[in-house]
Design a protein around this ligand. Structure first.
Ligand code: FAD
Length: 324
């Protein structure tokens, strides 16, 4: 069996990254001849979560309940996950490559000495487990072999696109109340702030992102950029220069100290492509750079480029899109 830790958003939905992990698990399950997939959720999930998990192919949803899970503790979640793993005999334990997914599986790995691969994007063999994973902030990939089972994997964001299963699971809900030692509660969340709506979450999961850097010229130079984003139903992502100068809010920053994005299309306008920015956008499947400098790193790494002044190029693109 494959066990997937599923996170639930503040608005009570299974998060997209978790559904991606389940979609990834389905490929692994199919390669193994139809291994069942179970999910572990902390707290009793709403009907919509259970339904979404069943649609994605989950057989059973194990809900961890009890006072130990009232506030987030990576060690407590790990203890609960390990208890369900032992009960189900799962050969793979998976989570999404979110901060919580990474933290919980690291706790499991540290306690059990089981092999773990973080940020996995694909697999090529089940015996022994051979996976490819992202490293160096997504700039490089490496192949790993895990010579022992069970194995622990976190799945890199957007490694696959979440999709419902052809054969849905039953999504049977099972309540689990494993004991959690006091020692597992020594580090736990005591308060949290809800993000304002439409902050970086939509940027991180956007399929199209229009980017802007110093080349925009000023806070007033974003007209054509925002218009293009609007026409393409895209999110806006910017360089650190832009947020440092106060031209755009920080939640739009892409890069090492901003959001990591993996859209199908990234259109960086007037962004040089410094290594710290590249760390956040290198997973984009296609990049259309618009820049006056043909030697800018973003241009040389892009799939396509337009060399020119963004204030001349973008109005022409926008006009053409409107015309169609
Ligand atoms: P520039 O490097 O100045 O590039 C501007 C580009 O616009 C140039 O390529 C130029 O040819 C082009 N241009 C100018 N005018 C036009 C025009 N009219 N039309 C078209 N093109 C034009 N940066 C990030 O982005 N994200 C991060 O998370 C981040 N984290 C960092 C962390 C650390 C610890 C450090 C030290 C730096 C970090 N940086 C980050 C900053 C990074 O090093 C760069 O300084 C920054 O990315 C550059 O922003 P930029 O490309 O907008 O500006």
């Amino acid at each position: 069996m494959i066990l997937v830790l599923v996170e639930v958003s503040l608005t009570g939905e299974a998060v997209e990254n978790s559904l991606e992990a389940i979609t990834f698990a389905r490929d692994l399950a199919a390669a193994g001849g139809g291994i069942p997939i179970d999910a572990v959720v902390v707290g009793v999930p709403g009907d919509d979560v259970v339904k979404a998990l069943a649609e994605h192919g989950v057989r059973r949803v194990h809900a961890l309940t009890g006072p130990a899970y009232d506030a987030y503790s990576g060690a407590a979640w790990a203890a609960g996950l390990m208890a369900v793993r032992e009960k189900t005999g799962s050969v793979v334990v998976m989570a999404s490559g979110t901060p919580r997914g990474m933290e919980v599986l690291a706790h499991v790995g540290a306690r059990t000495a089981l092999p773990m691969a973080a940020n996995v994007v694909s697999f090529s063999s089940l015996s022994p487990f051979t996976v490819t994973r992202q490293v160096v902030g997504g700039q490089a990939r490496e192949e790993m072999q895990l010579s022992q089972r069970p194995a622990l994997f976190t799945i890199a964001g957007h490694a696959v696109q979440a999709a419902p299963a052809d054969a849905p699971g039953t999504g049977e809900l099972v309540e689990e109340t494993p004991d959690v030692a006091d020692a597992d509660l020594v580090a736990r969340v005591v308060s949290s702030e809800e993000p304002e709506p439409d902050l970086s979450g939509s940027l991180k999961s956007a399929r199209v992102v229009v980017g802007a850097g110093r080349g925009a010229g000023s806070a007033d130079g974003f007209g054509e950029i925002l218009e293009l984003a609007d026409l393409l139903d895209a999110s806006v992502g910017v360089s650190r220069v832009v947020t440092s100068l106060g031209w755009r809010p920080h939640h739009e920053q892409v890069g090492q100290t901003g959001s990591r994005i993996s859209p199908d299309l990234y259109i960086p306008c007037g962004i040089s492509g410094a290594i710290q920015h590249w760390a956040g956008c290198s997973s984009a499947k296609n990049i259309l750079a618009i820049n006056t400098d043909p030697d800018a790193p973003m241009v040389t790494k892009a799939t396509h480029a337009v060399i020119g002044d963004l204030h001349e190029v973008l109005p022409a693109i926008n006009e053409e899109i409107r015309r169609r």
